[in-house]
Design a protein around this ligand. Sequence first.
Ligand code: ADP
Ligand code: MG
Length: 343
Amino acid sequence: MTYRSSKVFVPLLFAALFFTACAPSAQSEVNRTDFVLGTVCTVRLIDGGTNKTTDEVFARLRQIEDRMSANKDGTEIAAVNANAGIKPVAVSPDTFFVISKALEYAKLTNGAFDPTVGPLVKLWGIGTDGAKIPAQKDITATLKLIDYRKVELNASAKTVFLPVKGMRLDLGAIAKGYAADEVDSILAKHKVKAAVIDLGGNVMVFGKKKDGSLWRVGIQNPDSSRGEYIGLVTGPEMTVVTSGIYERFFMQDGKRYHHILSTSNGYPVDNGLVSVSIITHSSIDADALSTSVFALGLKNGMELIKSLKDVYAVFIDSANRVYLSPGANKIFTLTSKDFTLSE
Ligand code: ADP
Ligand code: MG
């Protein structure tokens, strides 16, 4: 059995509570929710914008899905994958940019984050009805196909080539972040002054609220499937992106098999972390980093965050301990008594 949990409910629920109480002009708000990019996406315009704005936003989200999904026929990524070992494929500047970014993060994490993880994602099928623990020999064979250093990009022709048959790109760990940044740009173009963008829990709050108060975004309780949060991130415009073991998983013999996969052993990453949230300004970076840092684990992940400017992280481990990167204590408040802050 496969679960698709409700990380997405946190900000929605919270936004609902919060804006009901605080939005000065609730009747002028424009909200739209749709299933796109494999998840529930909500765009809530608090100040400025019309239904036309949200139409443009959702058309753009569909376009990104139609270009970048690895699980759909006819996308650019599907074409790149189908031509692995055969020939380079020209892609849109969008897709080229996202692949390039993904490869940067692969380099930065020595391949713990790797967009060529596709064959392994397919083998496990986590999030699909066919999810199962694969045979060890299949995992071993599949791991041989994963290597970001082999991806050949041609920047002038905007082509992508996977040189070995069976290689597959998967942008699942980064595409929603890119999409959130694109929504942000569309809203800026339409002079929207304040908005909440929530792409399946990949949250961006944009502009200034009319009453001048700061945004508050909930960090989901990883133990709960009901959208409870363990604490709040408070700040001016920001993006908050979480990767967790509760997002997509299946259970077998009492063990949880989740969707962030180790590129070294081919199994779901098992390092004691249950979720990592990244708080920064660029959502593509936050999305890539949430998965990267989760895969690296607490120690190496914390080192990576410390090396970056203007990026904060909230780690939660399986013993309900919460670890904050330097400076994150200024923006994060723990509200659940079931969790403890650790040094
Ligand atoms: P979500 O998409 O649920 O918000 P993530 O951003 O953490 O969560 O992305 C998880 C997805 O990334 C997986 O479903 C899979 O498609 C892909 N993925 C899994 N393991 C890795 C990895 N080690 N490196 C890069 N991408 C991965
Ligand atoms: Mg991610």
